[in-house]
Design a protein around this ligand. Structure first.
Ligand code: GLU
Length: 426
């Protein structure tokens, strides 16, 4: 991950992300007739920690970084959610992502609440030592709120199993004994789960398979474009191509490539791991991320950042099926435009729930110190994703609403039920 060059690719900001999450929540609250008191409880973030902390840089200087950890809701269990490193992260964004984690976990019936964390930094310009020191200090700052029964971090944008190992070790050093269940997405050698790395992309493809059946779309020979060639997009592209889908375009932060004949995904993956980018691949045409989103294809997988499909580019989308590998890639306005065009959108909290689902498996395995075969992990993941898809689809049909509203309504209802059953303390 850390190479000494800037990450670039400023993410688009189309207004407050938390306002977007709130809008989606309120639409769901309306759909299920949620009472006012519960709207207030579930609409608010329970805990928000912001911390500024110093890190020794390699040149001898000291730099202060700012990080956050937000626990949106813990009615159903410990808070759960990833940690992202990116120069432009804000508390507003972390609050939105934490709220989405609450709904995502509830939708796939995991005994978790929702959380998210972030540090404003560009890991691409930090050395490995700087990145480790930053991570260990951030983990120390979070020590007061994280833990295997309190709040369990995981990887997200620009963080990986190595970052999780540092967090696990830092937390364990402070406790005086090893606590593998404090984070998920760890290396397998430390109690990580087989299948966790691929889980988000794999889960996303399971939902595409389910949606294609509903749409009577034959995946053999269907075409797909994947935005983002990181942990989610790369795996989704590979698994789609293994199913016979022609992946005609992929992109990363530096741009994309397009070939109407279909790309050789394993070869593009090898090129990306060598050169750090897909757009210098020798085959196909160079395209921008915007061009990718507007390509003629059956399936579009936005698996990069939030707010990529907006009111300005949604009218140009030509795909029939969108599977949201990223969190919040579609603005509220864009969602409406896509709905009016009849695009079948598998919403983020469903399409990308595979990651946290296998995080849950990892946590269960760590707590039991009993580890599963990869086939068992994948099969359990498939069953959970299929059940969540079927429940969401059935609810959407029954209520004549779209899948995003159905997914949010089901999830909000589950958290509301638990909150009501528990009552208000004291
Ligand atoms: N960062 C992932 C997500 O947004 C995974 C979170 C987790 O495994 O806790 O769903």
């Amino acid at each position: 991950m850390p190479a000494k060059k800037p990450a670039g690719n400023p993410r688009q900001k189309e207004g407050s992300l938390f306002a977007m999450a709130q809008q989606q929540f309120l639409a769901a609250a309306e759909a299920i007739g949620l009472e006012e008191g519960l709207r207030q409880v579930l609409g608010a973030c329970k805990r928000e920690l912001t911390t500024s902390f110093p890190v020794h840089m390699d040149d001898g200087s000291v730099r202060v970084f700012t990080g956050h950890r937000v626990q949106h809701n813990i009615a159903l269990g410990p808070a759960k959610g990833g940690i992202r490193y990116h120069p432009s992260v804000t508390l507003d964004e972390v609050k939105a992502l934490a709220m989405w984690m609450t709904w995502k976990c509830a939708l796939v019936n995991l005994p978790y609440g929702g959380a998210k964390g972030a540090v404003a930094c560009d890991p691409a310009v930090l050395s490995v030592t700087e990145l480790e020191d930053l991570t260990r200090r951030y983990a120390t700052e979070l020590f007061i709120i994280i833990g295997p029964t309190e709040d369990i971090p995981a990887p997200d944008l620009n963080t990986d199993s190595r970052v999780m190992a540092w967090i696990m070790d830092t937390y364990s050093m402070m406790k005086g004994y090893s606590v593998p269940a404090v984070v998920t997405g760890k290396p397998v050698s430390l109690g990580g789960s087989l299948g966790r790395y691929e889980a988000t992309g794999r889960g996303c493809v399971y939902t595409v398979v389910a949606a294609a059946k509903k749409l009577r779309l034959n995946l053999e020979g269907a075409t797909a474009a994947v935005q983002g060639f990181g942990q989610v997009g790369m795996v989704a592209a590979r698994l789609l191509s293994e199913l016979g889908v022609k992946v005609v375009a992929v992109s990363d932060s530096k741009g994309g490539i397009y070939s109407a004949k279909g790309l050789d995904i394993p070869a593009v993956m090898a090129h990306k791991s060598k050169s750090g980018q897909v757009s210098s691949w020798r085959m196909g045409d160079r395209i921008t991320n915007q061009e990718l989103l507007a390509l003629p294809c059956d399936i579009l997988v936005p698996a990069a950042f939030e707010q990529q499909l907006t009111a300005s580019n949604a009218p140009k989308v030509r795909a029939h099926l969108i599977a949201e590998g990223a969190n919040g890639p579609t603005t509220v306005e864009a969602h409406k435009i896509l709905g009016d065009k009849g695009v079948f959108v598998i919403p983020d909290i469903l399409a990308n729930a595979g990651g946290v689902t296998v995080s849950y498996f990892e946590w269960v395995q760590d707590l039991q110190s009993f580890f599963w075969e990869e086939e068992e992990v994948n099969e359990r993941l498939r069953r959970i994703m299929m059940r969540a898809f079927d429940e969401t689809y059935a609810f959407a049909q029954k209520r004549k609403i779209d899948l995003r509203l159905a997914a949010h309504a089901l999830a909000v209802n589950r958290v509301a039920e638990a909150t009501k059953a528990r009552g208000i303390y004291p």
